[in-house]
Design a protein around this ligand. Structure first.
Ligand code: NCD
Length: 348
């Protein structure tokens, strides 16, 4: 038996990936923390790279050795099914070694700090740490102390950039350019990092974003272009009005675990006014897409029939999550391997 020597990292990138070489030089990020400072070109680059990754995933054997020799650690301080599984699969499809660390089963329970945990994982050989944390800003702290790349897989109420990227890919796959399209984001916006990241990407690409929730579930000053720390969007507290003529309806989960209580009179009252159901969806454009980041509370923010109906893109979102995370891991590790680490560190 002959043992082939390991090839240099990335040397065997698949043909569709190689086609991205030139464009990838435009990628300047070591970390992916949020989309608030993403340019249109960067969003387009992730979308086209994810398109190439979809091609890889459609092969009979969906495996390429593009990230062979790269170690990716998923470090999750909060529960997750789809985000964690899709990052893990994304790394494996690209040939990386993927290690999963849960805070509950790690030395975090013995009192180890976030910074020490990140440094330990780095010392073990992590090139990328994909991190989910219940505190907003935690990945920023990690990025300040890490030599490896940090990818934010959701931090507190703040951001969930790869979810917004996969939402964008899903929308574009069905309706193309989002410019001028009416996208209604409805539900527990206050506690939603998914909504916040989506606001940045959708408005950057010129979508008409309407945010809809009861006033108690809206971030303060949302919609105020002068004051808000989020991009300017339309705010509408009536879903029946907001959904009128929508091209896309994105329902958000009621984040009961983040609520101390008292945000809404009750779940029955909430779903009566804010549930995305067939009757309400009929007010949107014919064939309007329905998205939900999952996990869904069927019967609360979305009816069973809409969640699994013809207009639902929920499953496609999950599938696209793998391609988008492959794209992000690929772009970030290529940048780091081109010597971006020191340059990016200097920029922090
Ligand atoms: C979201 C999250 O965790 O922020 N889920 C996900 O990543 N698919 C949304 C949610 O939990 O409601």
């Amino acid at each position: 038996m002959t043992i082939r020597p390991p090839e240099p990292r990335h040397a065997e990138a698949a043909a569709p990936l190689a086609a991205h070489e030139a464009e990838e030089n435009a990628w300047r990020r070591r970390h992916l923390l949020d989309l608030d400072d993403f340019s249109v070109d960067e969003l387009e680059l992730v979308m086209s790279t994810a398109g190439a990754m979809k091609e890889v995933l459609s092969r009979e054997v969906p495996r390429v050795p593009a990230l062979r020799g790269t170690t990716i650690v998923t470090l999750f301080y909060e529960n997750s099914t789809r985000t964690r599984a899709s990052f893990e699969l994304a790394g494996k499809v690209l040939g990386a070694d993927v290690i999963n660390v849960s805070a509950s089963g790690s030395s975090v329970t013995k009192g180890e700090s976030l910074i020490d945990t990140v440094k330990t994982l780095q010392a073990v050989g992590a090139d990328v740490i994909v991190m989910r944390h219940n505190r907003s800003g935690a990945p920023y702290l990690a990025a300040r102390h890490a030599d490896c790349s940090i990818v934010n897989a959701g931090d507190g109420l703040h951001a969930h950039p790869t979810q917004a990227l996969l939402d964008l890919l899903t929308i574009r796959n069905s309706i193309g350019d989002v410019r001028g399209k009416r996208v209604v984001i409805v539900g527990d916006v206050l506690h939603s990092r998914v909504a916040r990241s989506n606001l940045w990407s959708l408005t950057a690409l010129g979508a008409e974003v309407v945010v809809c929730a009861p006033p108690t579930l809206l971030p303060a000053r949302l919609g105020d272009a002068r004051e808000g720390d989020l991009p300017p969007v339309h705010v509408e507290t009536s879903l029946d009005k907001a959904i009128e003529g929508a091209d896309v309806v994105m329902a958000l989960r009621m984040q009961l675990e983040r609520m101390q209580g008292g945000f809404v009179p009750g779940m029955r009252e909430y779903s009566r006014l804010y549930q995305v159901n067939a009757k309400r969806l009929a007010r949107a454009k014919p064939g309007a897409l329905v998205l939900h980041p999952g996990p869904m509370n069927e019967g609360v923010e979305i009816s069973h029939e809409v969640a699994h109906g013809l207009q639902s893109r929920v499953e496609e979102q999950v599938t696209n999550g793998v391609a988008v995370r492959m794209a992000v891991l690929w772009l970030i590790t290529r940048h780091a391997s081109r010597g971006g680490r020191s340059a990016a560190k200097a920029a922090l």
